[in-house]
Ligand binder design. Structure first.
Ligand code: GLA
Length: 385
């Protein structure tokens, strides 16, 4: 039995214990990493994500009335509401669950309620998208349970709308897309404008991706995220007022940058344009197995996120600097939304243990906190048992 089958069996057992009946379906959805292409997705840019071997699971069955009861193992809380009565979810996990169910119900009215048991081992606040995994798992579960005629991409869009409408975060769909569409042993080049992707083998020769979780969870992150979304929109509008040929973000080329008067806004757009170029360069570098170059591009991405996009923080910058001071580390950068979370590092296979020890010691000495160093496997996207 593999890891996923084992946790599925366990979760079905928990459902049975809690609700005294057998689950009809278990849906699973993984967290994700992102090799490069950060803060581009909500403006139709490029990224290279893949799913990791950490999942959110939803096991459950229909009810005969219109009550929905969802129990979260991790939060030890029950969410209960009636499909026909307005409800105000209080905690964050409940907002995700309630938002998904309401939006799916809008898409295709559900004939009855259900009960479900939620469990997950995707680290929360670590930059690997536990909330997207929750949305995608729930979406797959409800789709299977009610045989909804909803394509994978429509499902991903419902997840994104949950972020927008129920959490007030105008996020892109990088996380949910990766959680739904990833393939084991592959990374994908994701184009958020076309909503298309292309798989490439995750063949990194003698190198490995190592994540270092700073353990910094910034409450402010959401409001700063929304600020960046707004600032880039202003940048686009400023250019469109001068250059009618610019239809959208992807039409902005480096030559246009000086025409944005406000230096801060100019820097935001500079990050977007340069990050898309880095995604292209990076994919060519790994295709030609030039990992030294790939590492340099990663580090350039960090500099851009730190200086032009201003989404880093001292803890993350410290982790990147310490990593880059080691000659066996080819590249290092902030991964995910920023203001905390984790770094992603490319380094030689046989140096993983040495790296983990060193970075932990240095970080502990500087900030008094133990970082979490993890190597993930790249797995298939969401599914249903
Ligand atoms: C968060 C968001 C994603 C994406 C990244 C930054 O993870 O949920 O949509 O914008 O930040 O690349």
């Amino acid at each position: 039995m593999n890891e996923l089958q084992q946790i599925t069996t366990e979760n079905e057992g928990r459902f049975k214990q809690k609700f005294a009946r057998t689950a009809s379906y278990t849906a699973f959805a993984p967290g994700r990493i992102n090799l490069i292409g950060e803060h581009t997705d909500y403006n139709g840019g490029l990224a290279i994500p893949s799913a990791i071997n950490r999942w959110v699971l939803v096991s459950g069955a229909k009810r005969w009335d219109t009550t929905v009861r969802v129990y979260s193992h991790n939060f030890q809380e029950l969410l209960e509401f009636d499909l026909f009565t307005d409800y105000q979810p209080l905690s964050t996990w409940q907002k995700y669950v309630y938002g998904m169910i309401k939006l799916l119900d809008d898409f295709a009215p559900l004939q009855c309620g259900f009960e479900a048991y939620l469990w997950g081992n995707v680290p929360v606040g670590a930059g690997v998208s536990s909330s997207a995994a929750l949305e995608v798992a729930l979406g797959n579960f409800v789709r299977a349970l009610f045989h909804l005629n909803l394509s994978d991409i429509e499902l991903v869009k419902v997840c994104q709308q949950t972020d927008h409408q129920y959490l007030g975060v105008k996020s892109g769909m990088l996380d949910q897309y990766a959680s739904q569409f990833s393939r084991a042993g592959k990374v994908m080049i994701l184009d958020c404008q076309r909503l298309s992707h292309q798989y490439i083998p995750a063949d990194f020769g003698q190198y490995t991706w190592v994540l270092v979780d700073s353990q910094v969870k910034r409450e402010l992150a959401n409001s700063k995220y929304t600020e960046r979304v707004q600032e880039t929109r202003w940048g686009l509008e400023a250019l469109q007022a001068q250059f009618p040929e610019i239809q959208g973000f992807r039409d902005i080329r480096v030559e246009y940058l000086p025409f944005i008067q406000d230096k801060m806004i100019q820097n935001r757009i500079k990050h977007y344009v340069s990050e898309n170029i880095r995604v292209d360069d990076f994919s060519q570098a790994i295709e030609s197995q030039d990992f030294n170059l790939a590492g340099k591009i990663l580090t350039a991405s960090h500099q851009s996120l730190r200086d032009d996009y201003e989404v880093s923080c001292p803890e993350i910058d410290f982790l990147v600097e310490q990593a880059l001071a080691q000659n066996y580390v080819l590249g290092s950068r902030l991964m995910g939304g920023g203001f905390g979370g984790c770094t992603i590092n490319l380094l030689e296979n046989e140096t993983i243990a040495q790296f983990g020890e060193l970075i932990s010691k240095k970080y502990q000495a500087q900030f008094g906190v133990q970082p979490l160093v993890t190597v993930y496997n790249l797995v298939d996207g969401a599914g249903v048992y």
